[in-house]
Design a protein around this ligand. Structure first.
Ligand code: PEP
Ligand code: MN
Length: 338
């Protein structure tokens, strides 16, 4: 950590800061330049992070050297992590397509939707059994029954399934049925939920909070990893900005940054980023062009009849086109599609 001192800092103030650092059993190195004095501290940055150094007289700013997310960072784990979801690997050379409706809509429906997704060439099936809705009066999902339907859809198609968990008390139940647990944008900082999925064995799809910075996003992943679960796939899904033409603002720009800072795979969700099905395909392509390891996309045989998020859901023809185009982008980047 670097402590940059004010230009008019006094020797008395420097002595006080040095004594404070030594009281934490850490060693300060004072470098006096012509205009500025800087104190470098080598040691456990976590101890330092908790200290309000900025509150001490003479201190101008404090700059960490190491990133606050340790286990998630490539500084501590330079090799890329590949996450296995059923028989599909996310994070290798091949990009992965996860597709399905926003919600589980019934037993016969979910099987039909999974067959459609498989026929179009997607690799993992998604549908929400528990839906976090803005209104308490909107459809909240089929719950445990929906999980059972999902398990049947997997039996019928052989596709692994991903579904959202919204309550720490449901983690064990969802884990029993699903191949991957999704943490939605609204729960990215539900720390009890993050810890709970961190203790489970199944891979986790962690979506970016709609107002979360990249650092907050990676710290959320750190919560999961700190409990022992290394199988995390990050998911960019658009963020809230002043723009109101799209549901959110496409955040493809964070993909290369996350790939640079973290060893975890990262995918993009063009459906929630754009909120309009006409723009889902270009948004998906831009996530992959930016280096994402895959896409999660809302798809339904008849988007106008979808129970939720129909306006941003593509149909089977669009899904086929999307997968073809994703393959071309992947190959242009010396990758391939699964
Ligand atoms: C979803 O995937 O259907 C969903 C609710 O996503 P998000 O949490 O990103 O809004
Ligand atoms: Mn949705």
């Amino acid at each position: 950590m670097l402590i940059v001192l004010k230009p008019d800092v006094t020797q008395e103030e420097i002595d006080h800061i040095v004594a404070k650092i030594r009281s934490l059993n850490l060693e300060p190195y004072v470098s006096k330049g012509m205009y500025r004095t800087i104190i470098t501290i080598i040691g456990d940055e976590d101890i330092l992070r908790e200290q309000p150094f900025e509150a001490i007289a003479g201190v101008e700013s404090v700059k960490p050297i190491l990133r606050p997310f340790k286990l998630v960072s490539r500084e501590t784990h330079p090799d890329r992590t590949e996450v296995e979801v059923g028989n599909v690997k996310i994070g290798g050379d091949k990009i992965v397509v996860i597709a399905g409706p926003c919600a589980v809509e019934g037993e016969k429906e979910v099987i039909e939707h999974a067959l459609m997704v498989k026929k179009a060439g997607a690799h993992i099936f998604r549908a929400g059994a528990y839906k976090p809705r803005t209104s308490p009066y909107s459809f909240q999902g089929f719950g445990e029954q929906g999980l059972k339907f999902l398990a049947k859809a997997r039996e019928e198609t052989g596709l692994p399934v991903v579904t959202e968990v919204i309550d720490p008390r449901d983690v064990a139940l969802v884990e029993k049925y699903a191949d991957m647990l999704q943490i939605g944008t609204r729960n990215m900082q539900n720390f009890n939920l993050l810890r709970e999925v961190g203790k489970c064995q199944k891979p986790v799809l962690l979506k970016r909070g709609m107002s979360a910075t990249v650092n907050e996003f990676l710290m959320a992943a750190e919560y999961i990893l700190s409990q022992g679960n290394r199988n995390i796939v990050l998911c960019a899904r658009g963020i809230r900005t002043f723009e109101d033409v799209t549901r959110n603002t496409l955040d493809a720009g964070v993909i290369p940054i996350i790939k640079d800072w973290s060893h975890l795979p990262v995918i993009g969700d063009p459906s929630h980023a754009m909120g309009l099905n006409a723009y889902v395909i270009p948004a998906a392509l831009s996530y992959i062009a930016a280096g994402a390891d895959g896409i999660i996309v809302e798809a339904h045989p008849s988007p106008e009849d979808a129970i939720s998020d129909g306006q941003q859901t593509i149909d089977s023809d669009q899904l086929v086109i999307l997968i073809q185009k994703l393959g071309r982008i992947a190959r242009a980047l010396d990758r391939d599609i699964y």
